[in-house]
Structure formats: C-alpha cells, structure tokens
Design a protein around this ligand. Structure first.
Ligand SMILES: NC(=O)c1ccc[n+]([C@@H]2O[C@H](COP(=O)([O-])OP(=O)(O)OC[C@H]3O[C@@H](n4cnc5c(N)ncnc54)[C@H](OP(=O)(O)O)[C@@H]3O)[C@@H](O)[C@H]2O)c1
Length: 333
C-alpha cells in the first residue's frame, strides 16, 4: 500500500485542509524497465502553492486527483531489469508527496548518502541550493565589496545566498521574521546584519542598515519588502527576482512595485530566474558547494517533520515562517 497526498481542490488564498486528501492506495506490479522507490524525505517548497493554481506558469499545474508534486529522496527497493538503477541505490527526483514511486527512472539522479545525509540532497545540495548558487552568481553577478540584501534570508534559498555572498567578499544583510532568525543569520551564518521585518518599518530599517545603498537585492518575498529595497539601489544594481512568497496566497492579482523607476534612475536591472534553466550545471555547483561545506564555509539547516499524515500542518509552516532553514517532511515509516 502507498499513502499519497492527492490534490482535491484549487484553493483561493491560503489552502485549507480539504485542498488535499490522504489516500492509501495499492501499488501495482512493476513493468519491464521500471523501479520501485521507497521515499524517505519529501521537500516542501513555496512553489507548491503556485503549482495548484490553474494558471499558465513555467510548469503545468498539478491536476485534480493527482499526487501532489514535490521533490524527494529515497531508496530503490525493487527493479524490473532497469538499465541504470539497482536495488539499494539512493536517488532523488520529483517523487511527489507519497511513500512509494514507480518510475522508469528518467529524471532521477543517484545520490551518495555516505557524502551527506539524505535530506541535504533536497536542500543545499538540491533544488534550493542550486537556486541560490545560480541566482546570486549568474543573475546577481556579485563581486567583492558589493552590498547584498537578501529577503527570506533564514529560508532554504536565502540562507545559502547570503553565505555564498559572504564567501565572495560581499557585505551581506538578511531580512527575516523574528529575533531568533535574525540572531541565527548573524551568529551562525556570519551575515553582517539582519532586519526583523516583523518588528520594524522596513523602509526605515533598510535605509538605516544600508546607508550606502544596495548593489544586489535577492528577492524571495516580493510585495512591500521589494518596494522598500528598490528605494536604496546603487548605480548598476541587480535585483534578482527569485520568488514572491508574500504574494502566493493573494486573492487578487499582486500590485507591482511602486518604486520601480529606481531601476531607471540607477540604470539597474531586475531579472527573474528559474533554477531548472541551470540543470546542466547542477553537478558542478554541487561539487563546489559540497567542498565549501566540507571546509566549514557553508552551513545547511534542515527542519524535518515526521509523517505524511502531517503534510498539511507542515506545509503551512512555509507561510507562517514557523521553521528554520529547509522544510522537509519525513515520509518513511
Ligand atoms: N525561481 C526559482 O527557480 C525558485 C526556486 C526555489 C525557490 N524559489 C522561491 O524562493 C523563495 C524562497 O524559497 P525557499 O525554499 O527558501 O523558502 P523557505 O525556506 O520555505 O522560506 C520561506 C520563508 O519565507 C518567509 N515568508 C513567508 N511569508 C512571508 C511574507 N508574507 N513576507 C515575508 N517573508 C515571508 C518565511 O520566513 P520568515 O519567518 O522570515 O517570514 C518562510 O520561512 C520562495 O519565494 C520560492 O518560491 C524560486
């Protein structure tokens, strides 16, 4: 039997519990060339909110009555003459929120659990880490001495963005919700400063902490924080649009930033990025980030919650902020 989270409704605003249904369905036999993967960990990502809207995006929406899409990591426990994978291999891919996956193995990659614990392959050595790496280096084009502001800074992407920018000799300011997250950024991750956006006027705080302005703003949240960051751009600044979590549960179309003419005044660029555009180079990035981790220069934090039964409550933590680092659901019983 396979416990699965099935999409049942298209929510308006913050998803309610009946958006999904937990089902326990029998597993079918493997066909020639297929593998059975027992999933250990499922990645919970803000993008999941977008994937359940029935609108045109960079990827097809999840269909009603389908398994909820999600990245995952697990172990091959059975094969039927598969060319590439054998029993006992650990793999990562788009396994969805379920305990088992039957697949032909295309778009699945081997991972080595002796190099790093499994959850890391859906965290810093997986999609969020790749987003941070290519987002800040390719779109942010950081150089030594740059002033880098990053929002969602204690999250999976933002925490890695800030650390890479520090590694490259930038001054790094993080924006996060709450004193605990702000202390974590400075004391554990080595950020130069942090802004608790829940406790201050964000316009005043950015002005105060970045008196000389911002060379790169890495935006994970959109909305008012983006608008505030635009007021402090320096000449030729780069604004990286990675995500807009503050807008994902909006019931109306989000308003664009009011201060966008700062791009004109400062001859700045604003660029959207999509991690999958860099898939060919994931291996190279993972090797470099793995080396930084081994040298103690890059830290990764995974916040792991237990059991597929708790999918909904755990998913909500993305939006309440009640978690630290990468949000992961352990589905292995
Ligand atoms: N473009 C791409 O290819 C790509 C790939 C991966 C992720 N993304 C995007 O990157 C962003 C970060 O992803 P992630 O995986 O790092 O997420 P994450 O670890 O889950 O972090 C999400 C954090 O966002 C903060 N947040 C929630 N609601 C907020 C609001 N209204 N205003 C400000 N902050 C809010 C919360 O932290 P606080 O406690 O600090 O509020 C929460 O912990 C998301 O927007 C995601 O969609 C884009």
């Amino acid at each position: 039997m396979n416990k699965q989270i099935i999409l049942k409704k298209r929510p308006i605003g913050l998803p309610e519990e009946d958006t999904w249904e937990l089902q326990n369905n029998p597993l079918r036999e493997l066909k020639e060339g297929e593998i059975l993967i027992q999933q250990h960990y499922v990645s919970l990502d803000p993008a999941m909110r977008g994937w359940i809207n029935d609108i045109k995006s960079y990827i097809e929406p999840v269909e009603l009555d389908d398994v909820m899409r999600a990245g995952s990591v697990g172990k091959v426990i059975k094969t039927n003459n598969h060319q590439k994978f054998k029993e006992g291999d650990y793999v990562t891919g788009w396994g969805g929120v379920q305990q088992y996956v039957i697949t032909d193995g295309s778009s699945w990659f081997s991972v080595n659990p002796t190099i790093a614990p499994l959850p890391l392959f859906i965290s810093t050595l997986g999609m969020p880490g790749m987003t941070a790496y290519f987002g800040i280096l390719e779109a942010g084009r950081i150089k030594e001495g740059d002033i880098v502001l990053v929002s969602g800074a204690a999250g999976a992407v933002g925490s890695v963005v800030g650390q890479i920018a520090k590694l490259k000799g930038c001054r790094v300011i993080g924006i996060a919700g709450g004193a605990k997250k702000c202390s974590y950024l400075i004391d554990e991750l080595g950020f130069d400063a942090a802004i608790d956006y829940k406790a201050v006027n964000i316009y005043d705080a950015i002005k105060q902490v970045c008196p000389k302005g911002i060379d790169v703003y890495f935006d994970n949240v959109g909305g008012e924080i983006l608008d505030a960051a635009l007021t402090k751009l320096r000449l030729h600044a780069r604004v990286v649009i990675c995500g807009a979590i503050s807008q994902y549960n909006n019931k109306e179309t989000p308003k664009g930033p009011g201060n966008y003419l700062s791009l004109l005044v400062n001859r700045a660029t604003m660029q959207g990025i999509l991690v999958t555009d860099y898939v060919e180079d994931y291996g190279k990035a993972a090797i470099e980030m793995g080396r930084w981790m081994a040298q103690g220069k890059l830290k990764s934090k995974e916040d792991i919650y237990e059991s597929i039964e708790n999918f909904y409550e755990t998913f909500l933590r993305l939006f309440s902020g009640d978690k630290m680092g990468k949000l992961v659901l352990k589905v292995l019983e």
